[in-house]
Design a protein around this ligand. Structure first.
Ligand code: PLP
Length: 376
């Protein structure tokens, strides 16, 4: 059997990883500023994370959601505290798409409506409704097509108000900072307008925090910058530091009913121990503060590098837009400087490193990028 060839691959085989370093099968060390797509939050193979998963593995790794699983309550308590939403409720699942799918569904159960507002350049995942709310027709199969989604320009109050006036809206789903779309920030004012309109129209504000959340911007949710609460936060990537786990954090106004949502694997013992280890390390090592300060340092230094069109983002979610004639830079960072970065189309380098990277790693990247930008 061959693999179903859906991923364009870089010619590298990573066999070992520690912190923000990864090594290939020839022993070459790389600096990982991509974090396996924003997944590695506390650093590869973090010792506390390994220990917690290992200890759990020897006790019990899985049982279905038909019994009491106290480690789920422990995780809910910790997540409530670290995210500053102690009165919210937790539903555990397995991936970002599944989190968004459940959030959109819960909103629709709540107000018995169908229309969803999403934004241009959004990415919300590949399951049925999540992909329908994703602004990329290439990945929407005919069976996913629906006229329940309205795509509006980001940060456009006028368009948003118009949509609320003309349709009965169930929910608004928005990334605090668009990741796949090229690191585009929702403004605090726009997030506050969403809050106001959702309140006025009994619609649900869904904060997709799958990529931009979990402390990456220096605040737990990127949307926190607006100083208002969303009704549902969705999260995944950084939550398990590589162990597949995702969740939605649900405001108190939603009442659960048995069988309303569900999953076989979501919230299993191993996933919860990985997620708890991440929050413990984040707290203990003050990783949100680190993300904020190293991110601010990187952004201010990047703005001084000649030839860059724009630097966008906050904390450790940074987009560097390059001119057309510098489109080889991302590849060169990997092949000449052994640095992994991410990308967004058309020509944006995306930095999504672990939240504990230090200044030395930031400086290594900055000098490599400067060297590449100065080359003819
Ligand atoms: C903002 C956002 N939402 C949802 C998803 C989907 O997450 P997953 O790939 O875990 O289903 C992604 C993945 O890149 C994402 O960036």
């Amino acid at each position: 059997m061959n693999l179903f060839d859906v991923y364009p691959l870089q010619d590298v085989t990573i066999v070992r990883a520690e912190g923000s370093s990864v090594w290939d099968d020839k022993g070459c060390e790389y600096l990982d500023l991509y974090g396996g797509h924003a997944v590695i939050s506390i650093g590869h193979t973090n010792p506390h994370w390994v220990k917690r998963i290992e200890e759990q593995l020897h006790k019990i790794s899985f049982y279905s959601n038909s019994i009491k699983i106290p480690i789920q309550n422990e995780l809910a308590k910790k997540l409530g505290k670290v995210s500053g939403k102690e009165d919210y409720q937790l539903f555990l699942c397995n991936s970002g798409a599944e989190a968004n799918e459940n959030a959109l569904k819960l909103a629709s159960f709540y107000n018995s409506r169908k229309k969803v507002i999403a934004f241009k350049k959004s990415f919300h995942g590949r399951t049925s409704l999540a992909v329908a709310a994703t602004d990329n027709p290439n990945i929407v199969a005919p069976v996913n097509e629906t006229n329940n989604i309205l795509f509006l320009p980001l940060n456009d109050d006028f368009a948003l108000k118009g949509a609320f006036n003309n349709h009965l809206i169930s929910s608004v789903i928005i990334e605090g900072i668009q990741g796949v779309g090229g690191i585009n920030e929702a403004t605090p004012e726009f997030l506050r307008t969403i809050r106001t309109l959702c309140d006025e129209h009994n619609a649900v504000f869904i904060a997709d925090s799958v990529q931009c959340g979990y402390g990456r911007t220096g605040q737990f949710y990127a949307h926190d910058i607006a100083g208002v609460n969303a009704d549902i936060y969705t999260m995944a990537k950084g939550m398990g530091n590589g162990f597949p786990v995702a969740a939605i954090s649900i405001a108190p106004k939603f009442t659960a009913k048995h069988f309303m949502l569900g999953t076989t694997f979501g919230g299993n013992h191993l996933a919860c121990s990985a997620a708890l280890a991440v929050l413990e390390v984040m707290e203990e090592q003050q990783l949100m503060q680190n993300a904020k300060s190293i991110g601010a340092y990187l952004i201010s230094e990047l703005k001084n590098i000649p030839g860059i069109i724009a630097v966008r983002g906050r904390g450790l979610m940074i987009g560097i837009e390059l001119p057309e004639d510098k489109k080889e830079v991302k590849k060169n960072l990997l092949t000449r400087h052994s640095i992994f970065t991410g990308e967004a189309k058309p020509n944006v380098i995306r930095l999504l490193p672990a939240l504990n990277i230090g200044k030395t790693e930031a400086d290594k990247f900055l000098s490599a990028l400067k060297a590449e930008m100065l080359k003819d």
